[in-house]
Design a protein around this ligand. Sequence first.
Ligand code: ACO
Length: 311
Amino acid sequence: GDEEAQQAFDELIERDQRIEPRDWMPDAYRKTLIRQISQHGHSEIIGMQPEGNWITRAPSLKRKAILMAKVQDEAGHGLYLYSAAQTLGISREEMMQQLISGKAKYSSIFNYTTPTWADMGAIGWLVDGAAICNQVPLCRASYGPYGRAMVRICKEESFHQRQGFEILLELMAGTEAQREMAQAAVNRWYWPALMMFGPPDDESPNSAQSMAWKIKRFSNDELRQRFVGMLVPQAEVMGVTLPDPNLKWNEERQAYDMSPIDWTEFHEVLAGRGPANHERLRRRREAHEAGAWVREAAAEYARKQAERAEG
Ligand code: ACO
């Protein structure tokens, strides 16, 4: 019965083993995973836009090829994550509808604009850097298809982070104007990147249960701290300044002290009032409509193939 199934589930979690699609799982566990994995997939798909925006303007053929490959990786991650969510019983169409209707969440970070080439560097270094910090522990998430998807995604993410670091490093070795452009981009993306980890622990309604289920392994604030710790030495190598005058290692707490985060801005962005929310959804909707004929043709082709196979 259900009680036995619940017990088997609890034991798997307890022993750090994996839940697979055909296993029994509590409804709330399934719902949480659909929520998190679909939001994550949407973030990758919407996340193609701020950088896709620069493909035609990349400063060299080499930079253009790298950027195109990166944006393609993001599409791949999105599709991979949608497939993982589908194993939980939600369809691709349903997820797409939730996204283009504005009902679904996706990461706050992708609602910021990319006015300069240096923003490509800052996104790679800070946004993909934050993504790695958050996602490496997700490789051990208790749900098998999600954890496995994360392994591959993290490998590609670390390449993305290095390419961003390298863009900034090169700009910082350039002219005065290039150094200023790099620093300005870091100033723009630093705080929004810290917000990617989600609300502070005492305002994070999903954390306790997700940690008990071993979906999340560390709290939002723990990962944020780890991220800042990773950035400090890298910023020194590049010669950029992290835009927080109160950022300082606290020997006693064994953690960085930092200025308070502007959570009002975070909530505004989540409510759809960030700098580019409207534009991101509009573009996504247009792309979905423009691709309708491809989906129809593919479905029709599959139907004909099946008919032929039946003889
Ligand atoms: N942007 C948008 N929404 C956010 C963000 C954010 N940066 N952080 C938290 N939220 C939302 C949560 O989705 C949740 O909303 P919901 O209950 O309506 O779904 C709400 O704020 C409260 O937050 P938490 O209780 O802390 O939510 P959760 O336990 O899901 O933690 C987190 C949030 C850390 C983002 C988690 O979902 C996660 O690790 N997701 C996978 C990683 C991911 O999605 N990355 C996307 C950006 S990286 C990239 O794509 C390159």
